[in-house]
Design a protein around this ligand. Sequence first.
Ligand code: DNO
Length: 361
Amino acid sequence: MKMTFRWYGKNVDPIPLKYIKQIPGVEGIVWALHDIPAGECWSVDCIEEVKMQTAKYNFNIDVVESVNVHEDIKLGLPSRKKYIENYKNTLKNLGRAGVKVVCYNFMPVFDWTRTDLYKPQSDGSTALFYEKAKVDNINPVKFLEQMSKQEGLLTMPGWEPERFSKIKELFEAYKEIKEDELWENLKYFLQEIIPAAQENGIKMAIHPDDPPWSIFGLPRIITCGDNIRKFLSLVDNPSNGLTLCSGSLGSCAKNDIAAMVREFGDRIYFAHIRNIRHFKNGDFAETSHKTSDGSLDITEIVKEYHDIGYKYYIRPDHGRHIWDEKCRPGYGLYDRSLGIMYILGLWDAFEKISASKGGTV
Ligand code: DNO
């Protein structure tokens, strides 16, 4: 397992690389060129710039999160050809720079969705929160209007302003797109880009939908074990893989994340680990990584990664906002660092136990 930490870039992320360097065990920075709109090609020069910045601290840039997919590709419009060409060229440029894993998602219009970015918690911290009834009972334009009033929204990855300037047109276009069409469009995209990824030494790692159910009537398909099985068989190639995000899939109580690690382990190239607490009415809150703080058995999930001999990349996912830290929603330094120490603590314990049983270490 290789530990990584998500970083938004120089002069953009308030967390400097020199602080990340002080978190034990971090080998790589998970990065992206966030200012390049979806559909445009990432230039060699811009990629090299990030490589130079991170190399100073001896971090690898093996994992990109994410190269976003243009809506025309998800909609299956004729203009997708141009955007797919750009995507392939981006993969070529990333491969040349030594990138090994590219995370992306195939969620229509909205990326990860929450209703509160700073919901007060009983321990005095704040955390991301999802109120199901709120999303179920509001139209998306109103929702966006309300969310824009919350500080920090537009710094959330996947919530870039240009994406939402055409929200009404997008909803009109998606009227024709049901789950079957979205699967077809995903298949087309994969058939085009997976060979290009493979040629360039890159594993593609789709991020599950967050939350893993339809919102605002839009289809969502990377939501459960059956659909992940279907996804992997669309293009059965080792370069077609997964980002297994425990918190995204885990917000649906039916999803057994440890069982997914066991079943899909050899196609998981990027593991996002975080805990959440479910409420009976469908709401969920993000918690610390610790198993007893949430509804997910993080201990069991990490054990499963350990037991399958997981060799790829892992990162702590969102954290709470603690110790009065002023940070991007979910992406502060402190709670994510605690998350890393929790994951590494579990991992070291499993290593010892398996060594004492004569297992491979
Ligand atoms: C949220 C993230 C997502 C993720 C994208 C990947 O915290 O997990 O925004 O980066 O869905 O494409």
